[in-house]
Design a binder for this molecule. Structure first.
Ligand code: GLC
Length: 803
């Protein structure tokens, strides 16, 4: 069953069956003001922080309620419905709904009994002052498509939280229900919080929110949720909508809301247009905002501005391959998700409530990789920020607070940091992600001067970026476990591996091996021969240990516990093969081609399923070692042998590095959301967004996917496709082209912006190869090999790559 389709030209996903198997969401806004909205207008908004800045309420793990509701009522018959199918939920044989999720906006259209409604939800890209806007807009247009005049009432409803910290709002009712008030101010409902106390101290500190109506007259209002809904009613049948009038009650204690009613008569073919506005605003700002949107054409311009902003960014790489799902995801949806994940980390979604109030170190350093090819400047800001969250001894703050203050932060050694963030100690992998990320940024831009930039440490002191990287290596070297391999510490990439104080991680060993390689490249570029030599020696030393200790007959093992028990040996009753050490043996360059192919063939045989490769197999049931927290999960779920999709991205990359394009694309398509559009009832999740994991073969719900939007999957799959399958592999001096594609890709094109130059690349593959370069021509000149020096690029370049 499918519920919608991709409109590629407008970069929209169109949901034309509103009873989707789960709320299918979109993101609006910017770090100044975030909003999540489902195809049924469920969701919430927050100022800066999902946890601490919540302004409208959402009940998690429930029925996608409440949200940004618009109710319509026929004044003659008393019949009422909502402009999104839910919450009223009219029978779908009488009610048609089309939701278009786009880049930074969502438009929901509905047709019911000859009345057409269209509501566009968005957060403007900028304000007249140029800053990121911190209010949201619900632009409403109601049209009478019938033959007789109609009298229609429209009600907008926003349920304010009682206090901006969402958890308090949900659970500390003996307090939060007694701190808010609402007022009616001609054009809007004004809500105040702790007004009585703060007024006494400092009026300017009173927190206020507004829900306003512009472009139409307020016919009635209500500021109290209980009165809006009525006794034993729900959002689907509010008594005030049923009656056609809001009773004017304002809240004084209990639950506030903003509800505004406007009424109009529509001749056949005529429309009414008006705008609801929501934000954390003072009364005077509310007045200004409402006045600005009296011009009801402003939203059209603001939505056009949002589209221009996003589409321009996404246009920095545009591919046209024979596979439409691939094109669609790389050009729009995977790319858009990479930006969303980059901005919101793992904070706020319909699964994450915003409680993780900061950036997970490894998560964000990896997320950066997903946008480098599209917006290297944006990536650079975050690289600087993350480097400034490295601790002077080389480790990293596992959680970087939104209020991060470089040079002055507490760290896991400090009780206060542990209390505040819940992160008890260092992870083994955190700073090792910096190596591929910094490398990708420098290679994309050529900006190697970044290596000399001085950036503070989180706790004290400062250093050049290059020295920060050296310290990261130092941290791993200072934290070795048994056999001289890197200790697993609190965990490595896998949150569920506690290998013990001296237990060691093979994944980290391979990451470290790769880090040495990147350091050699960077040091050579800097002409720092001493460091290059030191890194080469370390690489060799660790290479030997990996060879001796991390290999078991036909596979790389996953780790060794402090009791010297090897995890992931062939023949083990459970967890005998793990995906990441095999793919990372290839990515890190440790495994040569022959061995790489052999271990990835084993992966294909032992771990692959129709929805992707499992993280390990068999799942833990009875034979888990003491620190195997994956045992907490049901078999084939999350880290316990589920298809952990972030790892699927590395697998795609590794296969592509080996030149096995068919296999790479096969893995890609197994887990590609767009390719699963027509099995929505199996997958449940949005067909335009990646999930964290998919339940696998042990589960009665094989194929069901979970944890939408905010996941490292977005960036690893993007890298797997851009660097892997498409073979766009820049280095400091230019661009290496090495596509790795299935043999039936007989030709394809890529338009890429690279260091300010436009590259129009045409790949010809008449003989149906999977990799290799026969001839590379740039602006008519045949190149040596498959490399384009940046120095020869013109503003626009015609590039022909013959495979
Ligand atoms: C989740 C976490 C991430 C971790 C991964 C594997 O995605 O956000 O930090 O690496 O799980 O355990």
């Amino acid at each position: 069953m499918k519920y919608g389709y991709f409109d590629q030209a407008s970069r929209e996903y169109v949901i034309d069956k509103p009873d989707t198997p789960a709320p299918w969401a979109n993101y609006l806004g910017s770090p100044a003001y975030g909003a999540i909205i489902s195809n049924n207008a469920g969701g919430y908004s927050f100022v800066k922080s999902g946890a601490a800045g919540r302004i409208i309420r959402y009940r998690f793990n429930e029925q996608d309620r409440p949200g940004r509701y618009i109710y319509l009522r026929d004044e003659e018959t008393g019949d009422y419905w909502s402009a999104s199918w839910q919450p009223v939920g009219k029978p779908l044989d009488q009610y048609k709904s089309v939701c278009r999720h786009g880049t930074g906006y969502t438009r929901i259209e509905a047709d019911y009994k000859d009345i057409h409604s269209q509501v566009s939800y968005y957060v403007p890209h900028s304000t007249p002052e140029g800053a990121g806007a911190d209010h949201e807009v619900w632009k409403v247009k109601i049209t009478n498509n019938g033959k007789t005049p109609r009298k229609i009432s429209c009600f907008g409803y926003a349920e304010f939280t009682c206090e901006s910290f969402y958890e308090q709002d949900q659970v500390n009712l003996q307090y939060t229900q007694f701190i808010t008030r609402t007022y009616f101010k001609d054009k809007f409902i004004l809500q105040t919080i702790n007004e009585n106390c703060l007024n006494a101290v400092n009026e300017s500190r009173v927190e206020t929110r507004i829900f306003a109506l512009a472009g139409a007259k307020v016919a009635s209002f209500c500021g109290d949720r209980a009165n809006f809904l009525g006794k034993y009613r729900d959002y689907g049948n509010p008594v005030s909508v049923e009656k056609g009038r809001l009773d004017g009650t304002l809240n004084y204690n209990m639950n506030p809301c903003g509800a505004l009613h406007t009424a109009f008569e529509l001749a056949p073919g005529k429309s009414a247009e008006f705008v609801f506005l929501l934000g954390q605003k003072r009364e005077s700002q509310g007045n200004e905002l409402a006045a600005r949107y009296e011009d009801t054409t402003l939203p059209d311009r603001e939505i056009a501005e949002l589209k221009t902003y996003w589409h321009k960014k996404l246009d920095n790489l545009k591919v046209t391959t024979p596979n439409d799902n691939f094109n669609n995801m790389i050009n729009t949806w995977n790319a858009y998700q990479c930006f969303i994940t980059f901005v919101w980390s793992r904070a706020a979604s319909l699964i994450y409530c915003g409680h993780r109030n900061g950036y997970g170190y490894r998560d964000t350093v990896q997320d950066i990789q997903g946008i480098i090819h599209l917006d290297p400047e944006m990536a650079l800001d975050k690289i600087r920020f993350m480097i400034s969250a490295q601790v002077n001894h080389g480790g990293a703050l596992p959680l970087v607070k939104y209020t991060h203050n470089p040079g002055h932060e507490n760290k896991p050694e400090d009780e206060s940091y542990r209390r505040e963030t819940g992160s008890p100690s260092y992870r083994a992998d955190d700073t090792l992600w910096l190596f591929p990320t910094v490398w990708k940024y420098i290679a994309e831009t050529g900006n190697s001067a970044l290596l000399e930039e001085v950036i503070p440490y989180a706790d004290f002191g400062e250093d050049t970026l290059f020295n920060h990287l050296k310290k990261a290596i130092g941290f791993s070297l200072n934290n070795l476990g048994i056999h001289g391999l890197p200790a697993g510490l609190h965990a490595d990439w896998n949150d569920c591996l506690r290998l013990g104080a001296k237990g060691v991680s093979v994944f980290v060993a391979l990451q470290l091996y790769y880090a040495f390689e990147i350091m050699i490249r960077l040091a050579k570029h800097k002409k720092d021969t001493a460091t290059a030599k030191e890194m080469a020696e370390l690489k060799e030393r660790f290479g030997k240990i990996i060879e001796e200790r991390c290999w078991d007959k036909d596979r790389f093992v996953r780790g060794i516990t402090e009791n010297d028990v090897t995890v992931g040996k062939g023949g083990d009753p459970e967890a005998s093969i793990w995906l990441n050490p095999q793919s990372w043996a290839v990515i890190s360059g440790f495994a040569d081609e022959k061995r790489g192919k052999a271990v990835l063939d084993l992966v294909f045989k032992e771990l692959n399923t129709r929805y992707g490769a499992r993280l390990m197999s068999p799942s833990y049931r009875k034979h888990a070692f003491d620190g195997a927290l994956a045992l907490l999960f049901n078999p084939s779920t999350k880290e316990n042998g589920g298809i952990f999709l972030q790892s699927q991205g590395w697998l795609i990359l590794a296969e592509a590095f080996l030149g096995r394009g068919a296999r790479a694309l096969e893995y890609y398509l197994e887990s590609c959301p767009a390719a699963q559009n027509d099995i929505a009832d199996t997958r449940l999740m949005e067909p335009y967004a990646y999930s964290q994991f998919t339940e696998s073969t042990d589960s009665p719900f094989e194929g069901r996917s979970h944890v939408h939007w905010l996941t490292g999957t977005a960036s690893t799959v993007m890298v797997g496709c851009v660097e892997g399958i498409l073979g766009l592999r820049p280095d400091i001096d230019g661009l290496c082209l090495a596509p790795s594609v299935p043999s039936d890709w007989k030709s394809f094109t890529m338009e890429k912006v690279f260091r300010g130059s436009k590259l129009n690349i045409k790949v010809n593959n008449p003989d149906g190869r999977e990799c290799g370069c026969r001839k590379l021509t740039v602006n008519g000149t045949v190149m040596e090999g498959n490399y384009i020096p940046a120095s020869i690029l013109k503003p626009a370049n015609e590039i022909i790559f013959d495979m």
